[in-house]
Ligand binder design. Structure first.
Ligand SMILES: *[C@@H]1O[C@H](CO)[C@@H](O)[C@H](O)[C@H]1NC(C)=O
Ligand SMILES: *[C@@H]1O[C@H](CO)[C@@H](O)[C@H](O)[C@H]1NC(C)=O
Ligand SMILES: *[C@@H]1O[C@H](CO)[C@@H](O)[C@H](O)[C@H]1NC(C)=O
Ligand SMILES: *[C@@H]1O[C@H](CO)[C@@H](O)[C@H](O)[C@H]1NC(C)=O
Length: 296
C-alpha cells in the first residue's frame, strides 16, 4: 500500500487540480446560487484564481466580474476558496462556469477546472387533491373518509404541476408503498383503516407535496348516513329541499304580486283583442274577395 502511494506521488507530483462546486440539482428561477472554487490541496494560493463563464454569444470564455451584463453578483475570496454568489438566478445564469488559475506554478491542464452547468427551471406545483372515484371531488375539503364495511374505495390523487409528478401512496408511514396515483381498496374491512398519504414527487424535490386522509370503517350496524357518502347524500338532499322551498315560495310570491298589479293578463281574457276585423277596414289584409262578413 505504502509503495503504491509513493509511486502515485511520483507519477503526478503537482496533482493539485482546480475544483468548482455548485448546484448538482436543477434550481428554481429566483433562487440564490453559490459557486465555489478551490484547489484539491491547500498548497496553492487562491488569489490568482478567477471565475469564467462561457458566452454563447461570443463563443468563448469570459472572466466574471461583480458587474456582469447589468446583473449584480458577489465574488468573495476566503482563505482557501473563491466564492461567487448569484442572488437571483434566471435562465441566463445556467453556465457553463469554470475556475481558472493565472499562477505560473499551475500548468495546463490543471490551470482550469472542469466546466460546471446547472439547470434553471421555471417550475410550480399546486396542492394535492384527493377524490373518490365515482363521486364528486368532495374529498377536497374532508380529511376523513368514513366508509361502510364491504364498500370499495378508489382514491385518486392529483396535482396541477409544470410536469407530471410521480405519485405514490403509503399507509401510516409503513414500508408499504404503492407507486400509483390510484389507491384501490376492495371490500374494506377494519384492517384497512388508517392514515393514507399520497405523495406527489416533482423532479424539483423542494416542490414535492403530500396529502393525508384518514379512512375509518364504520361498524356493521352503523346507519347508512354515518358514512361520508351518506352524509354527502344527506347534505345534497338538504340543499335540494332548501332550493325547492325557495323556488315554490318565489313562484307564489311573484304570482300574487302579478295579480295585484294586473300585469299577469292572458291574451284570451283581454276583450280589447276581440275587435272584429273587416275586409274593408284599415287593419285588414288586401284581398280580391268581396265579402262583408267579419273575419273574427
Ligand atoms: C497569496 O498571494 C498574494 C499576492 O498575490 C499574497 O498577498 C498572499 O499573502 C498570498 N497568500 C498566501 C496564503 O500565500
Ligand atoms: C510558485 O512556487 C514557488 C515555489 O514552489 C513559490 O516560491 C512561488 O511563490 C510560487 N508562485 C506563485 C505565483 O504562487
Ligand atoms: C492554461 O495554461 C496554458 C499554458 O500555460 C495556456 O495556454 C492556457 O490558456 C491556460 N488556460 C487557461 C484557461 O487560462
Ligand atoms: C418521493 O420523495 C421522497 C423524499 O422526499 C422519497 O422518499 C420517495 O421515495 C419519493 N417517491 C417517489 C415515488 O419517487
Amino acid at each position: 500500500m505504502k509503495v503504491l502511494l509513493v509511486f502515485a506521488f511520483h507519477l503526478c507530483p503537482h496533482a493539485a487540480t482546480l475544483l468548482i462546486k455548485g448546484p448538482t440539482q436543477p434550481v428554481l428561477e429566483g433562487e440564490a446560487v453559490t459557486l465555489e472554487c478551490r484547489y484539491s490541496d491547500s498548497e496553492h494560493n487562491i488569489s490568482q484564481v478567477r471565475f469564467e463563464v462561457f458566452s454563447k454569444y461570443m463563443q468563448g470564455w469570459r472572466q466574471l466580474y461583480e458587474r456582469w451584463c447589468f446583473y449584480s453578483l458577489e465574488i468573495e475570496q476566503t482563505a482557501d476558496s473563491l466564492i461567487l454568489s448569484i442572488p437571483r438566478v434566471g435562465k441566463f445564469f445556467e453556465g457553463p462556469y469554470r475556475c481558472v488559475s493565472d499562477s505560473e506554478n499551475v500548468t495546463a491542464p490543471d490551470n482550469a477546472s472542469e466546466p460546471l452547468t446547472f439547470k434553471v427551471q421555471c417550475e410550480y406545483m399546486g396542492d394535492v387533491i384527493l377524490s373518490r372515484e365515482g363521486y364528486t371531488s368532495f374529498l377536497g375539503v374532508h380529511q376523513e373518509l368514513k366508509v361502510q364495511p364491504g364498500d370499495d374505495v378508489v382514491l385518486r390523487c392529483s396535482a396541477s404541476s409544470s410536469e407530471e409528478p410521480s405519485y405514490s401512496w403509503n399507509k401510516d408511514g409503513s414500508e408499504w408503498k404503492l407507486l400509483s396515483s390510484k389507491l384501490t381498496l376492495k371490500k374494506v374491512s377494519a384492517m384497512d383503516e388508517g392514515l393514507y398519504t399520497c405523495m406527489a414527487n416533482h423532479s424539483v424535490q423542494s416542490l414535492s407535496k403530500k396529502r393525508t386522509i384518514s379512512i375509518t370503517v364504520l361498524p356493521e350496524d352503523a346507519a347508512w348516513y354515518e358514512s361520508t357518502n351518506g352524509r354527502f347524500i344527506l347534505m345534497t338532499l338538504a340543499v335540494a329541499v332548501v332550493l325547492l322551498v325557495f323556488i315554490v315560495s318565489m313562484t307564489v310570491f311573484l304570482c300574487n304580486r302579478a295579480k295585484q298589479t294586473k300585469t299577469c293578463k292572458g291574451p284570451i281574457d283581454d276583450r280589447s283583442q276581440k275587435k272584429p276585423i273587416y275586409k274593408a277596414s284599415v287593419e285588414s289584409l288586401p284581398s280580391t274577395s268581396g265579402d262583408k262578413e267579419p273575419l273574427v
